[in-house]
Design a protein around this ligand. Structure first.
Ligand code: DGL
Length: 259
């Protein structure tokens, strides 16, 4: 079982930002990444649809023999992970906006959060927000259009810059000192965000924490792969393979699969 791959899925290419963290921390592990780009974005969809898409992705990863599944999508985690955990036997790791560290460390008592509609409207998010951030100002912003632009290869476009400028303006006005990235596509926006935000604003995402949690759970279940020196890594997309290729910036083979 230990040599079986780690399965990772996202609504599209964004979860590769999480895959990178996992691969950095666990270089011996075999992994399979699924980009459900055909159905992106998940953000505007309802809970039932997001759950059904998550089931489809999970079952494909199970067919491919995965020992653990990382839901590298905040929208799928906040809407569907409870269902997945209650339905399938293997462990699931999810990703949620890192609102807790931002709320604990803010000095201006104002933080910004950029995430999808599906994440910000979820019960899980409102519980976390009530628990850790009820006495500070939280400027929530739905990142409409961002995922579409990334999925169509327009990450560093004027359109993206203009969109982000509009989304960040109210946060800058509110004097935030932390910006939480609540979507796994958003770490790829870092150069643009750094350019648009005042220097004192810190940007946090959950990628590293997810990788640490994946390692901890594999260890707990005795599933760490200590043997492989040359891991087998596979990427599957039901969208345009070139978009992932650009983000990975390396020679991994990207397979088109209609799933
Ligand atoms: N990467 C997904 C997330 O973390 C994007 C959701 C979407 O497709 O709208 O939420």
């Amino acid at each position: 079982m230990n040599k079986q791959p780690i399965g990772i899925f996202d609504s599209g290419v964004g979860g590769t930002s999480i895959w990178k963290e996992i691969h950095r921390l666990l270089p011996n592990e075999n992994s399979i990444y699924l980009a459900d780009s055909k159905n992106a974005p998940y953000g505007p969809k309802g809970k039932e649809t997001i759950t059904n898409l998550s089931i489809k992705n999970t079952e494909l990863l199970l067919e491919k023999g995965c020992k653990i599944i990382v839901v590298a999508c905040n929208t799928a985690t906040t809407n569907a992970i409870d269902f997945l955990r209650n339905t399938y036997k293997i462990p699931f790791i999810g990703i949620e906006p890192a609102i807790k560290p931002a709320a604990l460390q803010t000095k201006t008592n104002a933080i910004g959060i950029l995430a999808t509609h599906g994440t910000l409207s979820s019960e899980l998010f409102s519980k976390t927000s009530d628990k850790f951030a009820n006495n500070i100002t939280v400027i929530e912003q739905v990142g409409n259009g961002i995922v579409n632009l990334i999925e169509s290869g327009k990450l560093f476009s004027n359109e993206m810059k203009a969109l982000l400028k509009t989304y960040l303006e109210p946060m800058i006005q509110a004097n935030i000192d932390y910006l939480v990235l609540g979507c796994s596509h958003y770490p790829y926006l870092m150069p643009i965000l750094l350019d648009l935000l005042p220097k004192h604003v810190k940007i946090i995402d959950s990628g590293e924490a997810v990788a640490r949690q994946t390692k901890a759970i594999l260890k707990q279940y005795n599933l760490l792969n200590t043997e492989t020196s040359n891991p087998n890594i596979e990427f599957f997309t039901n969208g345009n393979p070139d978009v992932i290729k650009q983000l990975l910036n390396s020679n991994y083979s990207i397979n088109y699969l209609d799933f």
